[in-house]
Design a protein around this ligand. Structure first.
Ligand code: AMP
Length: 196
């Protein structure tokens, strides 16, 4: 069985944590563009050098750069065979189109899009906590506010596109980690998607 999922939510919604849990349960790899960029920055690769200033400022890396990274990753054997959970991509309408074209080329489409709903104040509180714990260089107050405004103007609208296609599951993202994971599992099971 191939399961193709996307998790969307504002910064601090817990999508990274929930994404890992869901992917594990379904036996699929997480493809997180944020993680790919952070790993490249840490290793000082050419890509890392190119995107460091952009990610630090909380801006979006150009679509061509991000799109190629994602489609390369999704073409690898594990993702092609078992499927994948995308975290952080697509983030705007152009990226949705790029992903659509790639998946259509494989005669595939997303099985479900999980939208984690978290009020703005709650996401800010969680990011502030993460900044203290992890010290991410893009968790400064200014960059956080900028990322949230990009989320609201560019990313939140993609949920409507997926809702129109009937694949969106809106999940209440407030509660304990386990409660939220259970909500996601229930929504995916209601679509007939099977955990491994
Ligand atoms: P994240 O961990 O998903 O919050 O991503 C961290 C940063 O990586 C973002 O603030 C962007 O600078 C960059 N990034 C991640 N995903 C994308 C994407 N799909 N398009 C453009 N930039 C991205």
């Amino acid at each position: 069985m191939t399961t193709r999922l996307l998790i969307v939510g504002p910064q601090g919604s817990g999508k990274g944590t929930q994404g890992v849990r869901v992917a594990e349960a379904f036996g699929i790899p997480v493809v997180s563009t944020g993680d790919i960029f952070r790993a490249n920055i840490k290793q000082g690769t050419e890509l890392g050098l190119k995107v460091k200033a952009i990610t630090d400022a909380g801006d979006l890396v150009p679509d061509e750069v991000t799109g190629e990274i994602v489609t390369d990753r999704l073409s690898q054997a594990d993702a092609a065979e078992a499927g994948f959970l995308l975290d952080g991509y697509p983030r705007n309408a152009a990226q949705v189109q790029h992903l659509d074209a790639f998946l259509e080329g494989q005669g595939a489409s997303l099985d479900a899009v999980i939208l984690l709903d978290v009020p703005r104040e709650e996401s800010i509180a969680r990011i502030t906590e993460r900044a203290t714990l992890e010290g991410r260089s893009d968790d400064t107050e200014e960059a956080v506010a900028h990322r949230l405004s990009i989320y609201e103007s560019e990313t939140a609208p993609i949920a409507d596109t997926y809702a129109e296609r009937g694949v969106l599951d809106r999940i209440d993202g407030v509660g304990s980690l386990d409660e939220i994971t259970e909500r996601i599992f229930r929504a995916l099971e209601a679509r007939g998607l099977q955990r491994v």
